[in-house]
Design a protein around this ligand. Sequence first.
Ligand SMILES: [Zn+2]
Ligand SMILES: [Zn+2]
Length: 389
Amino acid sequence: MRALTWHGKHDVRMDTVPDPQIVNPRDAIIEVTSTAICGSDLHLYDAVIPGLQGGDILGHEFMGRVVETGPKSTLKKGQRVVVPFTISCGSCFFCKATLFSACDNANPVETQEASELLYGHAVGGLFGYSHMTGGYPGGQAEYVRVPYSDVGPIVVPDGVPDEDVLFLSDILPTGWMAAENCDILPGDSVAVWGCGPVGLFAVQSALLMGAGRVIAIDHHPNRLALARGLGADVIDYTQTHVLEALMEMTGGMGPDAVIDAVGMESHGMAPDNLLDTAKQKVGIGADRAHALRMALMAVRKGGRVSIPGVYGGMADKFPLGALMEKGLQVRSGQTHVQRYGSRLLDMIMEGKIDTTFLISHRLSLEEAPRGYRNFADNQNEWTKVVLTP
Ligand SMILES: [Zn+2]
Ligand SMILES: [Zn+2]
């Protein structure tokens, strides 16, 4: 089959690779009908996430049709499914607590060591996201093996276009959980750093959850316009002093909740970010945590901090004092996608959520390398790329 494979920094290619096979009774094989490039794929493209090997198949946002099932899969051939990017067994301590992305069984023992060393505990399994998370081949391919296919995939009725539901695989539940992690009360003010897909869906979700005012921060005019279209007030950080503006917009208090939807590759010329960038370039495993530092400084006393943005290593110059002295609550984590799938599918079917506004480019799978390059280099115009094999 054809698949998009990683070969090093800024080097992804279309390769011919062996078709996936059923290896476990609970597996299913999916023929991919739509797959997307994610902002977090760019961390792999930029080679700032450790644990990738040459030839790894990328992609963790995909859907398709079931073409083969193991004897213990509950899926049926021909069904259309959206597959969560998190792989979860459904029966361990964490899965039972609906902490699906923390599943103890999905990341095979032989690939757990690195994350145990870095984080104190082995992390769960993810599709197409390095050997730290299991080394599972991803879905930017013609076919993909889905482990624990009786737990994850969301069956989609025929007649619903792929584009309406594809983002249930990651960015929609990720934006939703980001907002949910803010414990939004009616009328709350919520500031969101980053108007990429997750930031935009967090804006949308926060408003649906009753936020009175959502303030979105970015520097790409196109992305800020999308945020404004969803009902957010916007701040262009290249034009405006963000902390001062946020104080002004919230009556001198600071936002009730803040969301860092930027993560480890923060942009901008702030001194702390330049220092982080230099460290990241020479491979000192430093996250560029500028957005998170700003969020911690901006949020009001006793406020809530939600971090859907991906971090992978260590950060310094961290405003620990602000965290403690202001009495902040922090929630984060890879998304527990399986917790949200059916609820969000219902909201899409009822017309309460539309995610198709995000898609800026539709390419064939063969054009995926061009999609990566443009998504990385022109984030203003390339807001979301959907690939069809
Ligand atoms: Zn993603
Ligand atoms: Zn589990």
